[in-house]
Design a protein around this ligand. Structure first.
Ligand SMILES: Nc1ncnc2c1ncn2[C@@H]1O[C@H](COP(=O)(O)OP(=O)(O)OP(=O)(O)O)[C@@H](O)[C@H]1O
Ligand SMILES: [Mg+2]
Length: 457
């Protein structure tokens, strides 16, 4: 091939426009190369649009005519031309107006002054998609074999540009879809985050409600318990008042006897003994309750003497389980003091006792027992909370610390009690909790509580 043509081909082939996906720029480059190489003044790319029975101008370069309007030709009007395009690699028409393949186009050629045509079909993915038409206005133009090969290669390069444009289109589509996907993911993440925030808030509110419910149970139990000694005190006072009024009447009437006075003094003394012991009992209950109730609502880091503290707490908790005749014993293996959040500890024990009442002991029985064992452990303490109640099966045992797990939904259980206990032990008190249980043998909750230094929490 002529060096000049080879150089033009090399220049087109190396130019970035061919592969960067912008087909218009690539077409322009190819058509200009054809004009240059073949030294012609008109060249165009014609493409099939929807079917292969019509060709439409995609781009035409014409140095002589400024006519820019789109042209199209149909197979039914130019059957020989369409047939030639399908069968021949390249149509080489030196005298286009009489050539077998192109003679039908005379009407098109005449006004434009076209005499010779060199048409190379364009192929993409093995399919014919159109034609590159090189048209010469030069009389007795004879296309050389170099020129024919040159146009053939330009047609192939056009196929390459089409592939690049298609790839570019898909890439853009992919980028857009990716962006849309990212947007969707972002929106979903945001709505999931919102849902999660709402859920956490709802959970916090529930947890708060549950804590208050535990406190409420405590209050109800203590109120009931205080009522008994106060009732006795009121009866004793009324009795004293009644006796006193009787004595006063005898005194006014002047017929008070020695025996009557001695009886009065004896009875009043008895009543006062009853009165003071019951008032004292009520006062102790209130005092213990106040201590634990205040503790349960305010969390402060304090030095806690476990035996004393748990003894006081248990006095407040006994009324909660009294109906089921449960006894609560504390077994301290040693005097253990730890620095901890007493309020959290009170809530934990309250929940465990409340669970014994709700789940471990179904009917009242004198043998029901809760034992709280206190042992020193490294720099802290172990509290073993055991009951000799109903126990749990394996499935229940595996799920008890999960929030909302309950076997007592019908009787108002929310399933938050032990999840709160777990969180308090692990998060607040930085400890560990374990549980062992066997059906009809009872359960044991083991709490490992470290000594908390202020700066660690
Ligand atoms: N001492 C126990 N003996 C037997 N089963 C228990 C005991 N403690 C807890 N369980 C079981 O563990 C489950 C979960 O307890 P949790 O305290 O979390 O919820 P709940 O007591 O059912 O409801 P809530 O505490 O919210 O009123 C209970 O439903 C019960 O089946
Ligand atoms: Mg519970």
């Amino acid at each position: 091939m002529l060096e000049r043509l080879e150089n033009i081909l090399l220049d087109v082939s190396k130019s970035p426009e061919i592969d960067d996906g912008q087909l218009d720029k690539a077409t322009l480059k190819i058509l200009n190369a054809a004009m240059d190489g073949l030294e012609i003044t008109r060249v165009g790319v014609w493409l099939y649009k929807n079917d292969s029975t019509k060709l439409h101008t995609e781009m035409v370069l014409d140095e002589k005519s400024a006519l820019k309007k789109q042209l199209s030709i149909a197979e039914q009007d130019y059957p020989d031309y369409f047939a030639a395009l399908r069968t021949e690699r390249i149509i080489i028409a030196n005298n286009a107006r009489s050539h077998l393949a192109t003679h039908e186009l005379t009407e098109y050629m005449q006004p434009l002054g076209i005499v010779a045509m060199l048409d190379a079909p364009l192929r993409h993915k093995g399919k014919m998609v159109g034609v590159i038409c090189c048209e010469s206005r030069q009389a007795d133009r004879k296309w050389t074999s170099d020129e024919v090969a040159f146009v053939g290669i330009l047609a192939d390069i056009y196929g390459r540009a089409m592939s690049a444009a298609e790839r570019h289109k898909f890439e853009q589509l992919l980028i857009r879809q990716n962006e849309q996907l990212e947007e969707i993911v972002e929106q979903r993440t945001e709505s999931l985050q919102n849902a999660l925030d709402n859920f956490k808030q709802a959970q916090d509110r529930l947890v708060e409600t549950e804590k208050m419910a535990a406190l409420g149970k405590l209050v109800a139990g203590v109120a009931h318990e205080v009522n008994t000694p106060l009732g006795i005190a009121v009866t004793a006072t009324t009795h004293c008042e009644h006796r006193l009024k009787k004595l006063q009447k005898s005194f006014v009437d002047g017929n008070i006897s020695r025996k009557q006075l001695t009886n009065f003094i004896d009875e009043t003394l008895d009543a006062y003994t009853l009165l003071s012991s019951n008032l004292e009992r009520a006062a102790t209950l209130i005092q213990n309750f106040k201590k634990t109730a205040v503790d349960q609502s305010s969390f402060e880091l304090v030095n806690c003497q476990l035996t004393d503290y748990l003894n006081a707490l248990v006095i407040s908790l006994k009324p909660m389980v009294k109906k089921k005749k449960v006894s609560i014993n504390i077994d301290a293996k040693a005097d253990v003091s730890i620095r901890t959040y007493q309020g959290a500890l009170a809530q934990i024990i309250t929940n465990l006792v409340s669970n014994c009442h709700d789940h471990a002991f179904l009917q009242p029985d004198e043998n029901h027992q809760i034992t709280i064992i206190i042992e020193p452990h490294e720099d802290g303490a172990i509290i073993r909370f055991t009951d000799n109640g109903r126990g749990m099966d394996k499935d229940t045992l595996n799920s008890i610390f999960e929030p909302f797990y309950t076997t007592a939904r019908d009787s108002g259980g929310s399933g938050l009690g032990l999840s709160i206990v777990y969180n308090l032990v692990v998060r607040k008190l930085k400890g560990e909790i374990d549980v062992k249980s066997e059906l009809s043998k009872g359960s044991e909750f083991i709490l490992l509580l470290p000594n908390l230094d202020q700066h660690k929490t």
